[in-house]
Design a protein around this ligand. Structure first.
Ligand code: FEO
Ligand code: CA
Ligand code: CA
Length: 706
């Protein structure tokens, strides 16, 4: 096994579980997304298919070609890569100049260890339960309390942001999402997902959700970072932290509850998956599978307009987590609107520990994987967001006001309002190659110029609803339904049903946008939508990555796109690696989060194996997007057994890669007392896994990827 010395490997042997898992574990399905795949597909629309829209595409395409492509500007977050412009939007220069990916790929493995490429090491930065807020107690799994957990690092870390505290990149704020909890791996004695939990355990789980802010400091002159205990800005945000609604839907009838008759204040954020960093020094956090926390506790409720069903919320049964037993707002029978108060993008100002997080209603409500921003040529802010559900859509928000560069008080105050007013669009991908080219199980053609054109269809524009008969607040609160209703107007308005849109990010070098589509085994089965050019694989088990270029400026309404990657084992003929020689690439399955290094290499973390890729843990992969090695996917690290890899973040000096090791040991039957992973604390008498943020760096302090 790569980079594991034999003695160390032998020491680990008692912890290794080399069993092959044929599918994602039931526990992951239960805890992570409330068994979303067992339920009916929420998108039951019959909106036009690719075949219907292909005809209209040809005429549009010639128009677009005539319009040409404008230069793109790219957002640079405080510790995000600087916005280099080596290549124009369609330029092939620049690329990975000075950023060659020369590391040797890590071999596939099912070790219970974080395995890095040779020449690298890693350090654990924060573990579930580590003290965050001043005065927090040390973690003791047998003495957990809600109060302790509310001051400690939460469970199942996901998105990672890093905001600088100085000019020299020696001190920073680490911002981390805590997506969900797995009670079987948190509490001794909880033996299955159907086992009841105590009220105390439920309250602890609520406090283990949310977000952590932790001051971190570079260790010496290395790529390692360590937490600052009791840092002044350290903060926990939980399922109970007060936050404000802002934007057009704030105060609307859909957001009012008994506890908040004004519809302006909500407690907590849930299921925060991916996120993004803004150039004005805040972080954005997607509320993803929020549906699983809500349900009627006392029998069926009415579901007008499928407002519940379209979001995967049951109108007949209580939520599996049964949080309503400790907080009635989770019972949709007693508080029908509470569920409308989740599914938003939350903006946090980590520099101000007293600031109230804001739920930005202008960005719409769906299962936001995350949100990533860029600054358009004219200064407006553009945010991309995927709706992670089988056959759901990709969205784009364009602010009305312009970004003001500079960190002075007035500019910052202005920038903190940017996400409250603007246009919301949903994506339509149109292929213009003959449908026969879509093979489903065959081989995709070699790398091509952009395959298709695309259009951003407005849902809200200039402050007005573009959905006939619907008010803006309705469109923003029931965005999925609004997008469906647009599609029902005809092919020209039909958003494209995608294979679970995940993280979307802009390449800082070439200005193109990359979206991870994680998988959709229902694609093309039964009466489900068939494979199309943007989702080219039937029963898409391994997912793919789509690449697009805004053709009328970043804030514009048109784009060109092509498939960048169709994931899987390269021996599978339906895989595609941007046309690169498949005998040289690493197998990869279920792309989830995407990130760029300053040279414009794409880094992809995965969530699927070993279920989807036998004999392989999840990991972090890197691939050039330009030049001769475009498409050469290489496995940079793998995460311990049962974990998924998420939240990758590469520092702007490219010397550190942060990853979230989410749900180590989450396999069927794995419990605190009998876990299938013991990472990272093996020396305990009774070891159990702890989801943790780790940082990988070169031993010689050099550039990551080299
Ligand atoms: Fe939480 Fe879409 O992954
Ligand atoms: Ca994710
Ligand atoms: Ca990302």
């Amino acid at each position: 096994m790569t980079d594991l010395h034999e003695p160390r490997r032998r020491a680990l042997l008692p912890f290794l579980d080399l069993k092959r898992h044929g599918n994602r574990s039931h526990v992951t399905c239960f805890y992570k997304c409330g068994n979303a795949c067992d339920s009916a597909i929420p998108n039951q629309t019959d909106n036009p298919t690719f075949a219907d829209v292909v005809q209209t595409a040809f005429s549009r395409r010639s128009m677009l070609k005539a319009a040409g492509a404008g230069a793109l500007l790219v957002a640079a977050g405080p510790l995000a890569p600087a916005a280099a412009h080596a290549g124009g939007p369609s330029g092939r220069s620049g690329g990975t100049q000075g950023g060659a990916l020369t590391f040797r790929s890590v071999e596939q493995n099912t070790l219970d260890e974080l395995v890095t490429a040779s020449g690298y090491r890693y350090a654990v930065v924060m573990r579930w339960g580590d003290p965050v807020v001043a005065g927090a107690p040390d973690f003791d799994i047998d003495r957990q309390t809600p109060e302790a957990q509310a001051a400690q690092f939460g469970y199942n870390c996901d998105y990672i942001g890093l905001l600088p505290l100085d000019d020299k990149d020696r001190e920073a704020l680490l911002v981390v999402n805590h997506e969900y909890t797995n009670e079987q791996l948190m509490f001794s004695g909880v033996e299955s997902e159907s086992a009841p939990t105590t009220p105390q355990q439920k309250r602890i789980a609520m406090m283990a959700h949310g977000i952590s802010v932790v001051e971190v400091r570079r260790h010496g002159n290395t790529g390692e970072w360590r937490p600052v205990r009791n840092g002044r800005r350290n903060r926990r945000i939980t399922a109970d932290t007060p936050m404000e609604f802002t934007g057009p839907a704030a105060g609307s009838e859909y957001l009012r509850t008994k506890a908040d008759p004004r519809g302006r204040t909500v407690l907590g954020t849930l299921n925060n998956c991916a996120g993004g960093q803004t150039p004005w020094g805040t972080t954005l956090h997607g509320e993803e599978n929020f549906n699983q926390y809500f349900g009627p506790a006392t029998g069926p409720v009415a579901d007008p307009e499928r407002r519940l069903a379209r979001y995967g919320i049951s109108s007949t049964t209580a939520a599996g987590r049964r949080w309503h037993e400790v907080d009635p707002r989770f019972d949709v029978a007693s508080e029908p609107n509470e569920v409308n108060r989740f599914g938003w993008v939350v903006e946090v100002d980590p520099y101000d520990p007293t600031s109230r997080p804001k739920k930005r209603t202008a960005m719409g409500r769906f299962k936001h994987e995350g949100a990533n921003v860029r600054i358009a040529e004219d200064g407006r802010v553009v945010a991309y967001s995927g709706d992670d559900e089988r056959f759901d859509y990709i969205y784009k928000f364009v602010s009305k006001k312009k970004y003001r560069p500079g960190n002075d008080k007035a500019s910052r105050a202005h920038n903190l309002t940017l996400l409250d007013e603007g246009d919301l669009y949903v994506a339509q991908f149109t292929g213009d190659s003959p449908p026969a080219e879509i093979t489903g199980t065959g081989t995709l053609p070699a790398d091509r110029e952009f395959d298709g054109t695309g259009r951003w269809i407005p849902l809200v524009k200039n402050g007005k609803s573009m959905v006939p008969g619907r008010q803006v607040a309705w469109v923003l609160t029931f965005t999925r339904l609004a997008a469906d209703e647009l599609g029902a107007q005809g092919p020209a308005f039909a958003p494209t049903k995608m294979d679970r849109p995940e993280d979307i990010q802009v390449n800082p070098v070439n200005g193109r946008v990359y979206a991870a589509l994680t998988n959709n085994t229902n694609r093309g089965t039964g009466s489900n939508p068939k494979a199309d050019e943007a989702n080219p694989r039937t029963a898409n088990r391994h997912g793919h990555v789509v690449e697009w270029e805004e053709t009328a400026g970043a804030a514009g309404e048109t784009f060109s796109w092509r498939i960048f990657l169709v994931a899987g084992d390269p021996s599978d003929p339906s895989t595609y690696f941007a046309g690169f020689d498949k005998s040289k690439v690493s197998a990869i399955s279920c792309p989830d989060n995407v990130e760029f290094d300053p040279a414009g290499n794409l880094w992809i973390s995965t969530d699927g194996s070993p279920g989807t890729l036998p004999g392989s843990n999840d990991g972090l992969y890197a691939v050039p997007t330009e030049g001769r090695e475009r498409g050469l996917v290489k496995r940079f690290l793998t995460v311990p057994f049962g974990a998924e890899c998420s939240g990758p973040l590469i520092t702007r000096d490219a010397r550190s890669v942060f990853v979230s090791v989410q749900h180590p040991g989450e396999t069927d039957g794995s419990t605190v007392d009998s876990p299938t992973s013991t990472w990272p604390d093996r020396r305990r008498v009774r070891p159990f896994p702890r989801p943790s943020v780790a940082v990988a760096y070169r031993r010689d302090g050099g550039r990551v990827g080299s």
